[in-house]
Design a protein around this ligand. Structure first.
Ligand code: ATP
Length: 306
């Protein structure tokens, strides 16, 4: 029996391929009702982790469960978890509809489910054609339709935004958010935070097979300190006024510029006005998420993500 929760648990998962330590003691939980991003640069170990979760690769150590059970104990896994991994291939001689019918039989769902999933992914009009002539986005939709056949509680997608145009990404975002809002679990991997930033609420960030951050995207944003860069007419006077107002972390930069940590531009402007110091420049700086992602994974990167 599985617990039906839709929860995905990864516990101390480790995988080595010969000398390569692909995944190292990775632990995280994916809760139902949210879209969770699984982020890391190329080669960080995302695909290996997902393949272990789906029973396609045997872990060297640790374990993972879906609905409280290892994948191989799920009975009819297609009814519990739908997955779209990279490089999907389709039989060249089959139409999209026939491809889905073959898989529907394997999962044990009736043919009318094929029409439902075609409708869900917006492929009804193209269902009589072979996927050979499909665009990348249409192939992604067909792969997603295949994963949805068993009406699974958990959806696992490896780099689903690859090859999608902006409209396709927007469609996928809405689809995944709606799917999660119905109480299901969505785990979606990407090597680009910007690509899934607007889709996910929770993130697991890995680098070199290890967890670097695991929690909500909002908390990650809030964990970053903000600062105000100000160019005053009289740096010494403004520095004194800011210190008297309780701002302790102030850096004196070249050319009389001050960097005031943990402050808002408006507060600094008001203090300058009260101290009768003119302001020639005032700018708030928050670390953007892409920078945070880069810092967390910079041990692995040779350069910035594109
Ligand atoms: N079958 C394999 N044999 C040997 N090494 C492997 C194998 N599969 C993965 N690796 C290695 O394990 C590491 C992690 O690879 P993995 O594909 O899991 O990373 P990833 O985060 O999914 O990367 P990408 O974003 O490029 O898909 C890499 O160093 C990779 O070369």
């Amino acid at each position: 029996m599985h617990d039906g929760s839709g929860r995905v648990v990864v516990q101390n998962l480790t995988k080595t391929f010969g000398q390569v330590l692909a995944v190292q003691n990775l632990s995280f939980t994916v809760e139902p009702g949210t879209v969770t991003g699984f982020l890391g640069p190329n080669g960080a170990g995302k695909t290996t982790t997902l393949r272990m979760l789906l029973g396609l690769v045997t872990p060297t150590a640790g374990f993972s469960t879906i609905n409280g059970q290892p994948f191989h104990h799920l009975g009819n896994p297609g009814r519990v978890v739908g997955a779209v991994l990279e490089a999907q291939s389709f039989h060249p001689g089959r139409t999209a509809r026939n491809h889905l019918r073959v898989y529907a039989r394997a999962v044990g769902v009736p043919d009318h489910r094929v029409e439902e999933v075609l409708h869900l992914v917006g492929l009804t009009d193209a269902a009589g054609r072979g996927p050979g002539g499909f665009s990348m986005g249409m192939r992604q939709r067909l792969a997603l339709a295949t994963a949805l056949l068993g009406d699974p509680q958990v959806l696992v997608l490896d780099e689903p935004a690859n090859g999608l145009d902006p409209e396709g990404i927007k469609w996928l975002r809405t689809f995944l958010q709606r799917f999660a809002r119905s109480g299901r679990t969505v785990l979606v991997s990407s090597h680009l935070l910007a690509e899934i930033e607007q889709t996910v609420e929770q993130v697991v960030i890995i680098s070199r097979g290890q967890t670097m951050y695991y929690g909500s995207l909002d908390d990650l944003r809030k964990s970053q300190r903000s600062r105000v860069i100000v160019t005053p007419s009289d740096p010494a006077a403004l520095l004194k006024a800011l210190q008297e107002a309780g701002y302790a972390a102030i850096e004196q930069l070249p050319d009389g510029v001050l960097a005031v940590w943990d402050a808002e531009a408006r507060q600094v402007g008001d203090i300058a006005l009260a101290a009768q110091v003119a302001i020639y420049g005032l700018e708030s700086r928050h670390a953007d998420l892409e920078q945070i992602f880069f810092q967390l994974t910079s041990g692995q990167f040779a350069g910035r993500p594109q």
